[in-house]
Design a protein around this ligand. Structure first.
Ligand SMILES: Nc1ncnc2c1ncn2[C@@H]1O[C@H](COP(=O)(O)OP(=O)(O)O)[C@@H](O)[C@H]1O
Ligand SMILES: [Mg+2]
Length: 126
């Protein structure tokens, strides 16, 4: 199927995203129909008060969590159709996280920490 220029330009697109956390009997609705389109070369920040859903949004964008409903298109591809293996490859190659806490492996050196994702990416040892 041929993509329009608009679709090719879109890096991250969320369409009518809902997210509700379920804690036993309690339902915590966080997103009720979010729409976002981030285009190539755009630089975007997400601002919001504590508890407004920034981390929830980043977890969905980083494919660490899934929305309750709605569509997430990464470079035009529907994320929900991808296998765990494909998701892992995309996280390795296309998505970078800098966490508030660094999430390093404490038993590895700095150099070894940097090497870990490169091992998964199949970068030659040399
Ligand atoms: N794992 C979870 N289970 C239940 N509720 C959650 C969970 N994570 C976040 N929440 C709730 O979802 C809302 C959004 O949280 P969060 O995305 O962490 O906001 P922010 O990062 O903007 O502070 C808050 O009301 C929070 O209490
Ligand atoms: Mg947060």
């Amino acid at each position: 199927m041929e993509q329009t220029a608009e679709a090719q330009n879109s890096i991250v697109k969320l369409v009518d995203i809902y997210k509700t956390y379920i804690l036993g009997e309690l339902k915590v609705p966080v997103f009720k129909g979010i729409n976002i389109n981030v285009r190539r070369s755009e630089f975007v920040g997400i601002l919001g008060s504590s508890g407004s859903g920034k981390s929830t949004m980043l977890n969905i964008l980083g494919m660490l969590d899934v929305p309750t409903s709605g569509k997430y298109l990464l470079e035009g591809k529907a994320v929900e159709t991808l296998s765990d293996r494909e998701l892992a490859t995309i996280r390795n190659r296309k998505i970078g996280f800098i966490y508030q806490s660094f999430n390093l492996f404490p038993h590895l050196s700095v150099e070894q920490n940097i090497e870990v994702p490169m091992l998964y990416a199949g970068v030659p040892r040399k």
